[in-house]
Write a protein that binds this ligand. Sequence first.
Ligand code: PDD
Length: 287
Amino acid sequence: MVQIVHLNGQFLPLEEARIPVLDRGFIFGDGVYEVIPVYSRHPFRLQDHLKRLQHSLDGIRLANPHSDVEWTALVRELIARNEGEDQYLYLHITRGVAKRDHAFPKDTPATVFMMSSPLLPPDPVLRQNGVAAITAVDNRWLRCDIKAISLLPNVLLRQLAVDAGTAETVMLRDGFLSEGAASNIFVVRDGILLAPPKGPLMLPGITYDVVLELAAANNIVFHVEPVAESILRSADEIWLTSSTKEILPITHLDGHAVGSGTPGPLYRKLDQLYQDYKATIMRQPSS
Ligand code: PDD
């Protein structure tokens, strides 16, 4: 399978895509990105992803190189040029190629890279049994709402999870839950779904929004409020959410069982609602 990518206006095989080493993404990690799932060739929540992309670009003071109409056309073309009904798209925008200097370069076009990869459904065994996670101090910066390509803290935090033989690192900042190294985290306690509020200390997840919308539409009681470490540690259920992992139950945290140590009833309900919702998206006619 030839993987076709988009680089600065051109579609070409991945192996042929090249960027100069002075790209500020390479030199400084100076850029932002998006990950968009595609089901049955339909980009999932594209407008929401483009809105978050704009928020990230605003956050790093980089002009959006494309209008939403242009992005939509590029996304559709990239999907069409790649094999596979289910894909995930990676969009990456940097401040371009310039002599190495921390300050912004003048009149430098942004670098735009887009790639499609096969999207595999989350492993049914993980949905059935849940995953283990560890906790760690959230030592990232104070603008975690920007989906920045400079992911070194997230990389190190995720590796802690891998080193511990677990799937994710759940981060705590000043005694409160923030999010996972590459996911948002929900907690269920006494039958109530708890979600940390959006703000500068976490990425506003698109899956997070879908979960709360589904909860609201199905009379599931939820509170969007700061989640203290003590609540996290006495949770009946913990879930992680992301565009590529959907909703997964965390059944062990720092080696202790969460609730019964198996996926809880509210997880099963929300996961089913999520699968049903995805199915309605897939049935929509292609535009
Ligand atoms: N990551 N928080 C962080 C730090 C993330 O990196 C992600 C997703 C999320 C969930 O956001 P969403 O539901 O919009 O995917 C939360 C993507 C998948 C990644 O970096 O590959």
